[in-house]
Design a protein around this ligand. Sequence first.
Ligand SMILES: Cc1cc2nc3c(=O)[nH]c(=O)nc-3n(C[C@H](O)[C@H](O)[C@H](O)COP(=O)(O)OP(=O)(O)OC[C@H]3O[C@@H](n4cnc5c(N)ncnc54)[C@H](O)[C@@H]3O)c2cc1C
Length: 441
Amino acid sequence: MPRFDVAIVGAGPAAIGALWGLQSAQGGSRTVAVLPGETGAGDMPRPDSTWVHPKVRKVIFEARMQRVIGQFVPTNSLGKSYYLFETACRGGLTSFWGQQFVRLLKPDFVAAMPGQTFDDYEAAFDLIEGRLGLAQPEAIDGWTLPDGFDLVIRPTTIVEPIDSFVHQFALASAGTTVIRQRLTRLERASQSYRLVFEDGEGIEAGRVILASGVIGTARILMRSVPELRHARFRDHMPVFLHSVSLGNRHCRTARRQSTNMNMASIEVTRAGQLCAFLSIYNVRKMPANLLLAHFGLPMLGALSGRNLEILPLPFYPVQTWTRDSFVEIDLERADEEIVARRCRFQDNPEGLQLARTALKACGLREIRLSPTPAGMGFHYHALQLSEDGVAYDSARSQITRLFGDDVLIVDGSVLPWLSPRPHTETLVANALISTRSMMNG
Ligand SMILES: Cc1cc2nc3c(=O)[nH]c(=O)nc-3n(C[C@H](O)[C@H](O)[C@H](O)COP(=O)(O)OP(=O)(O)OC[C@H]3O[C@@H](n4cnc5c(N)ncnc54)[C@H](O)[C@@H]3O)c2cc1C
């Protein structure tokens, strides 16, 4: 069985952060295996069902992607049946994502691992943005709202092009051994760990870094330790505030500065702490096939790459995240399947009211609110596991208890809490810092 010093499971942003962390760690050369989770297996579920998120279906249709989804997790919420899933591709969920890439603010910092400081994160953010060639955009406008709240509107920080993370993965994994296999389970051997693949083959590694996405990591742990039959994780619970405004000057400025559907963001803070994050969408940049997918209609090859530019609608969907509004989703292993059993929602009515005040202050008039079904926020975090479905423990404690200190989880599973800002830059920074400190420790 081939043996490596380190194995990294995954090829999404967290895996890239882990690879950057390895590169910046002390010590001599080491052998590294990376498993991007692609597979040659023939029986991957086909992601063309209307049970899959429309954005994901649109990307898969237009890019003619095959086998990018590992396993479905059937679920339902708000009267809708649909699938959660783990990805099976380089780039992970960023292959389908919204491309907003923003830092965590200092007052919102919560350490994912003991000993981490915000200064570590700042340095990591600088490194990450340098590698991605990103600069934070200048604010379009900002002012103070009643009760000590501050509002800022700015063009969205976007990582372009859409396959940027696939490209970053290729750069970061150069010099490592990339094994096109999916990990089924992890076993403890005497001096190392055995990583067993779907085809029964495997490798051994002295250290293992799990960057397989929250659902991917939950599935690997539940398969590796059959007693762990239950898992739960959190997702942000954004709402859409569908709004209108004729000739809005902020939107006009943002439209000129942004070519992306995610045109601008409004942030409301109090004493520097983020209370609401609103992302204003430009419907003129909405892909035509996304609209068809949204209504469950067949997408058309002739519309690939086209958007709704022709329609000068004064309509702005605004996706809105508020502090501490989340959903907790319970997963359970039933035979060999993993299914979502229950969802618990936590609303934040004051946060929503604040977001509405901010929207109005920017000259936008809300005409309708639509909630997001559980798990469709795609900001997964805070994975916990349990044997009996009653006493849960964090994925990080479980992994240390069961496998020792040489197995590390670096994806969103270990982020205990998320601020309303999209969290991908935070999880890359966490992966970088914790991988480096494991290697140096
Ligand atoms: C529609 C959409 C819009 C989004 N918009 C934004 C946004 O604007 N801003 C933002 O910050 N975030 C956004 N996100 C979230 C963002 O994509 C995720 O936070 C991020 O991709 C998570 O990174 P990750 O590396 O932890 O996991 P993932 O991206 O899920 O990657 C997991 C990796 O692990 C691999 N893997 C899984 N299981 C196995 C296995 N058993 N063996 C081997 N490999 C395995 C997969 O192939 C994949 O490469 C969005 C997501 C979606 C879907």
